[in-house]
Design a protein around this ligand. Structure first.
Ligand code: CAA
Length: 282
């Protein structure tokens, strides 16, 4: 029975998961090594909930209740009472493995540990924990409060009880589940990221400008955002790491990351979060 939910990482995904969990009545604790990031994340959640009150989607009472359920700290020990901990750290296997090494000794023996990885092998990540049978992928989409889908991914050792608890939790958040097998980038990103990479090749080869490519896909294919705008929104570093996982894991040149994507990441142009990507946000 999941009542207390821990989140590791106060970035846009971690805070989004914290928000929807608290709105659904779960007690949430956000852990991050940076107290500043936690504070910024809580401020974002506050702003999102206030917007929902002004647009009439939530009462002020509900907003206050949700906020009262969310705490945050830079102290790992605060994760010890959690029934489910969702790791939403950066998309880097070394970082995630290090986090599991620190988090696992603090957790209750029967706690479930899940990862919000968007591409990495669940089975391989599970091997860095002390509980592969109580480990799995719970992959939310960005922005979490708006996107309906959550992908659930079992590793080779994931027990059925772990999967059904996660399914119950995600259903309680009013999200729709798709089950994906443990292949590189699962379903959504296996399809979405090559499309974004192709849009970057389209720019790289001079087929169209940034605006032309995004307008073409918004008005010509009815996408809510153009692929380059979406890449900036996801983060170009995340896009590159997902393409690398696809390229390495499936060994097919069709997944080769576009050199322009590599160059932007090397320049520190990571999209919206760094102020510059295919668009300028400064
Ligand atoms: N956080 C919370 N809420 C947000 C938000 C955010 N970052 N951005 C927008 N919203 C909310 C707005 O408050 C608004 O809510 P109300 O209807 O209650 O007012 C609603 O979403 C619509 O927002 P807007 O009218 O401002 O803008 P929009 O209609 O252009 O929609 C969008 C914004 C929902 C982000 C839309 O552009 C969209 O769907 N884009 C595509 C998103 C997408 O493809 N996400 C998947 C990324 S891939 C992924 O996540 C997987 C991965 O692992 C990388």
């Amino acid at each position: 029975m999941i009542k207390n939910v821990g989140i590791v990482g106060a970035g846009q995904m971690g805070c989004g998961i914290a928000q929807v969990s608290a709105v659904s009545g779960y007690k949430v604790h956000i852990y991050d090594i940076s107290a500043d990031r936690i504070e910024a994340g809580l401020a974002t959640i506050n702003g999102n909930l206030a917007r929902q009150v002004s647009s009439g989607k939530m009462t002020d009472e509900e907003r206050k209740k949700a906020l009262s359920l969310i705490k945050g700290s830079a102290d790992l020990n605060d994760l010890s009472p959690m029934d489910l901990v969702i790791e939403a750290a950066t998309e880097d296997e070394t970082v995630k493995r290090k986090i599991y090494g620190q988090v696992c000794p603090v957790l209750k023996a029967d706690a479930i540990l899940a990862t919000n990885t968007s591409s990495l092998s669940i089975t391989r990540l599970a091997s860095a924990t002390d509980r592969p049978e109580r480990f799995m992928g719970i992959h939310f989409m960005n922005p979490v409060p708006v996107m309906k889908l959550v992908e659930l991914v079992r590793g080779i050792a994931t027990e059925e009880g772990t999967f059904s608890s996660a399914k119950q939790f995600v259903t309680a958040l009013d999200k729709t589940i798709t089950v994906a097998e443990d292949f590189p980038a699962f379903i959504v990103n296996r399809i979405l990221l090559p499309m974004i990479n192709e849009a970057i090749y389209t720019l790289y080869e001079g087929v169209g400008s940034v605006e032309a490519i995004d307008t073409a896909m918004k008005l010509g294919a009815n996408h809510p955002m153009g692929p380059l705008q979406l890449a900036d929104f996801i983060g170009l570093d995340t896009c590159l790491s997902i393409m690398q996982v696809l390229h390495d894991g499936l060994a097919d040149s069709k997944y080769r990351p576009c050199p322009l994507l590599v160059k932007y990441v090397e320049a520190g142009w990571l999209g919206r979060k760094s102020g510059r990507g295919f668009y300028d946000y400064r």
